[in-house]
Design a protein around this ligand. Sequence first.
Ligand code: SF4
Ligand code: SF4
Length: 389
Amino acid sequence: MRFIRFRNIITTLTVLIFFVAPYIKINNYPILFLDFPNLKLHFFGISVWFTDGIFIALGLIIIILVFLWVSVALGRVFCAFSCPQTITINLKNWVKKHTRNNPIAGTLAILIGTALGSFGIVSYFSAPIDILQNIINLDLQANNIKGLIVVYAMITAIALTDRRFCKTACPYAKFMLVLQTPHTMTTTYQFNRDVDCIRCSKCVYACPMDIDLKEGNSPDCINCGNCIVACKNILIRIKKPTLFHFSISRKSFTQLPSIALLTVILALTSVIITLALTWTPFKVDYLPSIRNADFSYYDGDILVNNYRISIENKRDSDESFYLIVRTPLDDINIQSPVYMVPAGSIALFPFELRIPPSVYRHYSKVTFTTYAIKTKEYTHEQTKNIFIP
Ligand code: SF4
Ligand code: SF4
């Protein structure tokens, strides 16, 4: 059946992408990599510091909303197509089916498969070569090996417990009770054709969730389509079509909850695009010195304002900066020393602004401009009040 072929293609693609993604690099980093030691997220060539939390938070919210939008329109298709639990169980069942005569080989294949899956997951947090090296050195203290052991235990438990987790503990199943609307796609039994049913129960045997849709629709249904195919294969012998179908209509996408979710998704996506376009690799703040008494005082007739210049370098390479303070007519043009800020760090530099009487008697403000030396196009400008003690 076309649907099952389509489902298998999507599942196979999901597995392939999952295993291959840690090896596809853009700008020297995998297309998705969570670098916890350096507090960075790499995503398709874009590197975001965890301190740029707004991107990560908005990104996560958008992913969750897309997930909800798909759920409201198409029900639990995620469970049938791409849920790691489904994929693990399907692969385990496939291995079991092909090793029916050799259960030991089957169990070994399952354990090796779950080990490979665990390796794949940890590869999103640690370079695969580092994990391999630590495995070879049996370095049980290494964080990636500790993570690998935990993930391996979890995936093996998932493979061995079959659908028990889906049926009893999966939070998504509970959410679906709230998300499902009368227009959400579900697999439905055609009660008006009940006379065609030969009560073979093939549909129930084929169901991974042990559902009998002849007793009514179920929120546990993951829209896998197995019952549709099982019934089709039986009824084809008496030249009748399957008794199940997906109840999907245009309303699944045009109902109010779907439209509301899509609107929020598009709005947040435009916010994140705007933020990305206005993102700067450096962040500069001109802070008053910590102690008030030191901040503003007279040295003879020179007015002294003491600052701390805070510079955050979000780039992967070190950067040097200098600062120029000016009045509107360039009565003063004071240049700071060069400040070097290592990659991925924030540094504070003291800056003493000495203002002659000719300036502080005529002006109440000065302009601070910070220049990045390597990244020539970067400048940061801010006007500050002159502080009189
Ligand atoms: S009822 Fe049918 S579509 Fe739903 S989970 Fe069972 S087999 Fe899959
Ligand atoms: S597979 Fe079809 S014919 Fe058999 S019990 Fe289920 S609905 Fe009836």
